[in-house]
Ligand binder design. Structure first.
Ligand code: TRP
Length: 332
């Protein structure tokens, strides 16, 4: 079954835990904003996924609205795209149950993220953490999505989604569109400032690891100054010098200057100079987002009303798929 809209439908799920950082922005959010004409985008803040790890309830609520507000501030426009909170639409959890009953234990047991996460959280290995991919499959299948942007770590979950959908269609009758992975554009892989060997991550601990979208100018400057480089001194794009290369790539993306002209700009200058110039560019680039966020978040009910409206407009699609699945398996 597929939808009738002329644009391809893309479903993105974003967890409201941790803080959204420069790597998320340059690697994903910026492209989402730019693709709003080309695709019918559905952005879902997946708060029900977040509780597979124990959360402070008040903080989870705050983070959920904060993330939605930042996405709006970055330019997600609910006149063109959908943006809502997973728990606003009951059909996610309800469809996950039907899928649960159609996923073999063996398939679910192969999910490597469960193993990683349970190793990291040995005190709270709960059934939801194990079942998490069924809820993710429900998110995607409810909306008959054509594409799902996935990083390496989520590929296996999308494969499981496709498998359960194909099996369901075959065994009970046509119900779900089979989604395809959307491979992210290369070139915007932002690395940790304190450890340029690993990707900038929401969950890394170091206080100078990531620049968050809401960081103040002072904090951005401090983090840039502390960024790990090397003991050489010339400033050139050289992938083998990971720390320097990362800083230059961030500079390149924000300034949109050519590599040649960037190298010329910093010829004969030291790392300190580059770091200050980079801080300046990041501060200026984030300023409009931060200003917009400050405005949006002044009125607590504004973000809520935008999300509610968007959820109300898309709920019929979820209901329709769910009712169909329910009927096909014989639930009344
Ligand atoms: N599992 C994803 C992550 O950890 C988040 C997610 C939940 C998701 N549901 C989704 C991503 C649906 C894409 C589609 O990042």
């Amino acid at each position: 079954m597929s939808h009738t809209s002329s644009k391809k439908r893309v479903f993105s799920g974003i967890q409201p835990t941790g803080n959204i950082h420069l790597g998320n922005y340059l690697g994903a959010v910026r492209h989402w904003v730019d693709s709003q004409e080309q695709y019918e985008n559905i952005f879902c803040v997946v708060n029900s996924h977040a509780i597979t790890i124990r959360q402070n309830p008040q903080e989870l609520q705050n983070k959920t609205y904060e993330l939605a507000g930042i996405l709006l501030a970055c330019g997600i426009d609910t006149k063109k795209s959908h943006l809502f909170i997973q728990s606003q639409i009951d059909e996610h959890a309800a469809l996950a149950w039907i899928l649960d009953c159609n996923i073999p234990m063996g398939d679910m047991s192969r999910m490597t993220q469960f193993k990683d996460k349970s190793n990291k959280n040995p005190k709270n290995i709960n059934v939801g953490l194990f079942n998490y991919p069924a809820l993710m499959a429900a998110d995607i299948l409810l909306y008959q999505a054509d594409f799902v942007p996935v990083g390496e770590d989520q590929k296996q979950h999308l494969e499981l989604t496709r498998d359960v959908a194909m099996r369901f269609n075959r065994d009970y009758g046509e119900c779900f569109n089979i989604p395809e992975p959307m491979i992210p554009q290369v070139g915007a892989r932002v690395m940790g400032l304190d450890n340029p060997q690993s990707k900038m991550s929401k969950s890394a601990q170091g206080e100078n690891h990531a620049i968050f979208l809401l960081d103040s100018p002072d904090v951005i400057t401090r983090k840039c100054k502390k960024a790990v480089t090397d003991s050489q001194s010339n400033i050139v794009f050289d992938e083998s010098r990971a720390g320097l290369y990362n800083l230059l790539c961030i500079y390149e993306i924000f300034t949109q200057k050519s590599r040649k002209s960037i190298e010329a700009e910093f010829e004969g200058k030291g790392y300190g100079h580059l770091k200050m110039a980079l801080a300046e560019v990041i501060i200026e680039s984030l300023r409009p987002i931060q200003q917009s966020y400050a405005k949006i978040s002044q009125d607590k009910t504004y973000i809520q009303s935008v999300l509610t409206k968007s959820a109300d407009s898309i709920r019929p699609i979820a209901k329709n798929t769910y009712e169909n699945a329910k009927r096909l398996v014989g639930l009344v």
